[in-house]
Design a protein around this ligand. Structure first.
Ligand code: NAD
Ligand code: MG
Length: 397
């Protein structure tokens, strides 16, 4: 039994960058939260440490080879543990008032859906799972009575700004982009960028995959699709604006031409705190915004020629019928290949485009009717991307 006023929480992807920020917020409010379950991919040490610190009831590790180590690390603690995808799903299924979905990649979809089906409150950081499932995710959440709170900073900003008007008064949303480390680079230099260069994000400290996605602006592409799914927007209602300081996170324009924005220092603990406190506000640990010290906020139009991944996101949204699932799946293959130094940086977007074109030519576009449909498209698109990889790798642009 949990004391009155104490909320039970589960964190999927507890050892990652978002997981770390989430645990930091929980740590800062002792007595207010009780941790039900924590999960990780393969980081046994980090997971066991958190489990003991927060006295979690259940922990799950995806990597089957690490189960023995996890059991050893938790020996004598009384903390239950599980292994494999089914255990991650079990962690998501156990009763908890609030769940953070912060697995990286489409691997987070099934666990997130398990939480959705409980009709709980979900802070959703895992944008790939939303992009993979398409409209289906929010439909299933509505059916189950689950409350989806956007934890991604731009979407959290939109969520906050949207309360200034009604849906039929909304004319446009604007999500900002830092522009990443290659914002001012020539196309030829972006083409040959190294892994170390791609991992140097100017403003945000994040996991490896999303940092590379930020450099290609694939992250912003995923976020355009994420916004369309979360708020039922058309591609024409979503604009991207490059804003190198990452202070204004998102804006909503209404019919009277009022534009309502959310601002804050670039610290993920602010949007996560908004999700954790919602519908109330809790104290956040981020540095206070000091605009006088920052002095200038600048804005520029995104360059679709140097950052084709962004253009492809709009193409995928307009095409629909599983195209956004393909866009995400191909990117996950491309980013893994770039990390393994099998392709150049510029080939990431080329592989995504080739996979999307191949998918359409093969006549594979079809409406997604279920999560299983989305997962099948994800699986087949990964295979197609992997089969196209050698020819994309060989062709230097
Ligand atoms: P990360 O790589 O730092 O952490 C990922 C977490 O998921 C880790 O705990 C890892 O163990 C776990 N994980 C990875 N693969 C898994 C698998 N196959 N099965 C089970 N668990 C797995 O990533 P992150 O930066 O924390 O990002 C997490 C998600 O949040 C991503 O979808 C990302 O796009 C999104 N997001 C991150 C940020 C940020 O600031 N880091 C901002 C907005 C959105
Ligand atoms: Mg974001």
């Amino acid at each position: 039994p949990v004391e009155a006023g104490v909320r039970t929480v589960t964190v999927l992807g507890a050892t990652g960058s978002i997981g770390d920020s989430t645990m930091d917020l929980l740590r800062g409010a002792p007595g207010r939260y009780r941790v039900e379950a924590l999960t990780a991919n393969s980081n046994v040490e980090g997971l066991a440490k958190l489990a003991r610190e927060f006295d979690a009831r259940f922990v799950a590790i995806a990597d089957i080879a690490r189960f023995g180590e996890l059991k050893d690390a938790l020996a004598g603690s009384g903390i239950e543990c599980g292994v494999g995808e089914s255990a991650i799903i079990e962690a998501a299924s156990r009763p908890a008032d609030w769940l953070m979905a912060a697995v990286s990649g489409a691997a987070g979809l099934k666990p997130a859906l398990a939480a959705v089906d409980r009709g709980t409150t979900i802070a959703l950081a895992n944008k790939e799972c939303l992009v993979c499932a398409g409209d289906f995710f929010m439909q299933r959440a509505a059916k189950a009575g689950a409350c989806i709170l956007p934890a991604d900073s731009e979407h959290n900003a939109l969520f906050q700004a949207l309360s200034s008007g009604n849906r039929d008064e909304l004319t446009r949303v604007i999500i900002t982009a830092s522009g990443g480390p290659f914002r001012t680079w020539a196309a030829a230099d972006i083409e040959k960028a190294t892994l170390a260069q791609a991992l140097k994000h100017p403003n945000w400290s994040m996991g490896q995959k999303i940092t590379i996605d930020s450099a290609s602006m694939m992250n912003k592409g995923l976020e355009v699709i994420e916004a369309a799914c979360l708020f039922a927007l058309t591609p024409d209602e979503i604009d991207v604006l490059v804003h190198p300081q990452s202070i204004v996170h998102g804006m909503v324009e209404f019919s009277d031409r009022s534009v309502v924005a959310q601002l804050g220092t670039p610290d993920m603990r602010t949007p996560i705190a908004h999700c954790l406190g919602w519908p109330e506000r809790i104290a956040g640990p981020a540095a206070k915004l000091d605009l006088a010290k920052i002095g200038q906020l600048t804005f520029e139009a995104p360059d679709f020629a140097r950052f084709p991944a962004l253009r492809l996101a709009y193409d995928a949204l307009r095409t629909g019928n599983g195209a956004t699932t393909v866009y995400n799946a191909a990117n996950e293959i491309a980013v893994a290949a770039f990390i393994a130094e099998k392709i150049r940086f510029g080939a990431i977007a080329r592989l995504v485009e080739a996979t999307m074109n191949g998918w359409v030519r093969a006549g594979n576009l079809a409406p997604l009717a279920s999560a299983d449909d989305a997962l099948a498209v994800d699986h087949n698109a990964r295979n197609m991307a992997a089969s196209l990889l050698p020819q994309i790798a060989a062709k230097a642009s």
